[in-house]
Design a protein around this ligand. Structure first.
Ligand SMILES: NC(=O)c1ccc[n+]([C@@H]2O[C@H](COP(=O)([O-])OP(=O)(O)OC[C@H]3O[C@@H](n4cnc5c(N)ncnc54)[C@H](OP(=O)(O)O)[C@@H]3O)[C@@H](O)[C@H]2O)c1
Length: 267
């Protein structure tokens, strides 16, 4: 990774930032003061509209065209990203890559043609891999790469054999989906502390137990997923690390007074 000294703000490249989850990521990142480069593929007007919205709010965003399936064009794309970084932020690097762009064609195995299979592979996996390969040298020290996977990496229903398999391909790192809900022991070990010490410290200074903090954070994440995606309640529960959707519903209701469905319907 490059060792260039960074000037603020941090900059994120969000693929597929023109709608859905990627749009939400772009808007939230901008609202937190990050510079945003977002991409669109077939719908330029939507990508530009998201960038306009961010710029209209006094933050900075640029929308670029990206077709992840076109591997040959990735060199030109990363060159464009570099030009934007130089022009808009006076930087040669960025901080975060969010590989969000994806297609979710649902098709029974018997009807899946080679062309459909290749489309899914090219956009959801091959393109993600080679874009990441191109962008890694542009990521500043301490930067991060975030791949948007799916609950369908963990469970399946008819029509998602190829898509689900490709989404599992991202799990090189331990994730909530694999490891379940984080507990106090997890956070304590990340902080080189003991579970008891961390619990005592949190209760003393915040009046809330670690358990309570974890649940509040998960409910926050759940709220954002309920409004920004069309994922089913079960998918959101699994994505957050709950083993049973009913446990998720119970925790959510205890913190908000509403079930996840009732909360979603407020939007
Ligand atoms: N929505 C869900 O229920 C769900 C659940 C779990 C995981 N996910 C994952 O979350 C991510 C976003 O999902 P979403 O539902 O928000 O998607 P979406 O609303 O369908 O938006 C897809 C985005 O990807 C872009 N895109 C499509 N084909 C592309 C290509 N060939 N090259 C580059 N960009 C392309 C689209 O741009 P244009 O519109 O301009 O073509 C758009 O910005 C995906 O990776 C998906 O697999 C979604």
């Amino acid at each position: 990774m490059m060792n260039t000294e960074n000037k603020t703000p941090k900059i994120v490249l969000v693929t597929g930032g023109s709608r859905g989850i990627g749009k939400s990521i772009a808007l939230h990142a901008a609202a937190r003061g990050l510079g945003v480069i977002l991409t669109y593929n077939a719908h330029a007007e939507q990508g530009v509209a998201v960038a306009d919205e961010i710029n209209g709010n006094g933050e900075r965003a640029v929308a670029l065209k990206l077709d992840s399936a076109n591997i040959e064009a990735l060199t030109d794309f990363t060159e464009q990203v570099l030009q934007v970084l130089r022009k808009e932020w006076g930087r040669e690097n960025l901080d975060y890559l969010v590989n969000n762009a994806g297609i979710a064609q649902r098709m029974p195995i018997k009807d899946t043609t080679e062309a459909i299979f290749d489309d899914l592979v090219n956009v959801n996996f091959k393109g993600v891999f080679f874009l990441t390969q191109k962008v890694i040298p542009m990521i500043a020290d301490g930067g991060q790469i975030i791949n948007i996977s799916s609950g369908l990496a963990r469970f399946a229903f008819p029509g998602v054999a190829v898509y689900g398999a490709l989404k599992s391909a991202y799990f090189a790192q331990p994730s909530l989906i694999e490891s379940g809900l984080p507990d106090v022991g997890y956070f304590a070990s990340r902080l080189n502390s003991s579970a008891n010490y961390l619990s005592d410290l949190l209760s003393k200074y915040t009046g809330k137990s670690t358990h309570e903090h974890i649940h509040l954070k998960l409910v926050d994440k759940a709220k954002s997923l309920l409004w920004s995606t069309e994922n089913s309640i079960s998918e959101i529960a699994y994505d957050l690390g709950f083993e049973h959707p009913s446990h998720f519903t119970k925790v959510f209701k205890s913190k908000t007074g509403l079930s996840p469905r009732e909360f979603r319907n407020l939007n």
